[in-house]
Design a binder for this molecule. Structure first.
Ligand SMILES: NC(=O)c1ccc[n+]([C@@H]2O[C@H](COP(=O)([O-])OP(=O)(O)OC[C@H]3O[C@@H](n4cnc5c(N)ncnc54)[C@H](O)[C@@H]3O)[C@@H](O)[C@H]2O)c1
Length: 274
């Protein structure tokens, strides 16, 4: 789908109240898209709506939504379609992380992670894709992670949730292709957003590890805006899998070509959060 110019196109972004989701919304606003945005956090969402209007968007539909709640997502999809029509692009971006090993992750962490990261994507697809299929066109973008192709011992449960998103997206791409709908799986890598700060840390020394991780991501310096620009390029090219940062490219390629080397690299990168 060519998206240099999005005038008249309807773009849905979940988790649009911060980070990569906000920058995706703003880049689409500048290209003339009609936006449907949701987030769990109403203040963050309001800020994105104000920024999108300032960036030139004339039609912005926004609703506070918990993507883990199927009924809320269905209601959001109905209201979006009534306000703007069937979406051209659906970006299932909302996500959370829990930082720590699997043995330190609680059952309630698993519930939250799988509810938002996995079922959030399932709910987005169930709510919006049937209309795209009926129309015979559309693009679905699912945010996985470099930790969704190469497990990270400090992101154990998060890796599991993002592997699930990766597998689901690959299957969905094949399933929807005959119906004119394209699916792209995005694996960002290390992008400097609020996620390092807002995540739960398990396994002790939470404050020190939060400070260290946040500072490492800031020093890495890859911005959410740059990630958003590259995600839009991947949509434009109809890519199946889109690693975003250079380390995400290396991790994706190594995980395919040299799994033992890839595991060593992943383990080394995990020391950031230790
Ligand atoms: N930043 C990174 O380095 C990185 C790396 C790999 C993958 N990702 C993925 O990219 C996506 C965006 O992350 P980000 O870094 O911009 O994080 P972020 O924390 O800046 O933004 C995530 C947004 O999702 C919203 N959200 C959280 N739970 C929600 C829910 N239940 N319902 C609706 N909205 C909800 C938050 O309120 C927030 O506004 C996530 O799926 C994340 O897992 C990020």
């Amino acid at each position: 789908m060519k998206i240099k110019n999005l005038i008249g196109q309807v773009v849905v972004v979940t988790g649009a109240g911060s980070g990569i989701g906000r920058e995706l919304a703003l880049r689409c606003a500048r290209r003339g898209a009609r936006l449907a945005l949701c987030d769990l956090n109403p203040e963050g969402l309001d800020q994105t709506v104000a920024d999108a209007r300032a960036a030139g968007a004339t039609e912005v539909y926004a609703q506070p939504v918990n993507v883990a709640d199927a009924e809320q997502m269905t209601a959001f999809a109905k209201a979006t379609t009534a306000a703007l029509g069937t979406p051209d692009v659906l970006i299932n971006n909302a996500g959370i992380a829990v930082i720590g090993g699997i043995m330190d992750t609680t059952l309630s962490d698993w519930d939250r992670l799988l509810g938002v990261n996995v079922l959030g994507v399932v709910h987005g697809a169930a709510a919006f894709v049937p209309d795209m299929v009926r129309r015979g066109s559309g693009h679905v973008v699912n945010l996985s992670s470099a930790a969704g192709v190469l497990a990270n011992p400090q992101l154990g449960a998060y890796s599991a949730s993002k592997f699930a998103v990766f597998g689901m997206s690959e299957a969905l791409r094949m399933e929807l292709r005959p119906h004119g709908v394209t699916v792209t799986t995005v694996c960002p890598g290390i992008v400097n957003t609020a996620i390092t700060h807002t995540s739960a840390y398990r396994g002790g020394n939470a404050d020190a590890r939060r400070a260290k991780t946040t500072s490492s991501y800031a020093k890495r310096g890859y911005t959410a805006d740059r990630a958003a620009a590259n995600i839009l390029k991947a949509i434009d090219r109809g890519k199946a899998v889109a690693p975003i940062t250079p380390e995400a490219h290396v991790m994706y390629t190594l995980s395919r070509l040299a799994p033992p080397l890839a595991r060593w690299l992943s383990n080394t990168l995990a020391t950031i959060a230790k």
